[in-house]
Design a protein around this ligand. Sequence first.
Ligand code: MYR
Length: 185
Amino acid sequence: MPAVPPRSGDAIFASIERVNAELFTLTYGAIVRQLLTDLEEVDEVNKQLDQMGYNIGIRLIDEFLAKANISRCVDFKETADVIAKVGFKMFLGISASLTNWDADGTTCSIVLEDNPLVDFVELPDTCQGLHYCNVLSGVIRGALEMVSMKTEVTWVRDMLRGDDAYELQVKLLKQVPEEYPYKDD
Ligand code: MYR
């Protein structure tokens, strides 16, 4: 029998990570498929994915703040930078860049340099209106709401729809000042 060459610890961890990533991608695909079967309307599936993401985002922010070890952001620009450079790396293992800032610094785009959610995915013609990755817009909206920023997050470009990139537009609608919970005497 041919001898199996020993693998280093790093190689084993790398393959476990790859299997975990694939499992995550396939599980997400199965959820989208099930929603399409149950809800039938693509618009309803988009809403449901966004809502699922929102529910994840309002919880994930605690883990993010605990792990990221960053100080509070001074404005929306800094917050957007943290999402693109730290958030996407932490939860999806990918880099993202910021672009298309408007003049008053309240709207920008996050462009994903890779998108692990769409590995193995091809949309049939019946799903052309589907925002397959809508869970991500919900996650960002939910997480930002927990740090007092009401936002609208929408897909501007989507490679599954034939565009040349994945681009999410994040628009700050309202920043609610955080109240200090105790009265100073
Ligand atoms: C602060 O002002 O205290 C910092 C706020 C940082 C918000 C970061 C939200 C992270 C969202 C991660 C999105 C990942 C998507 C996969």
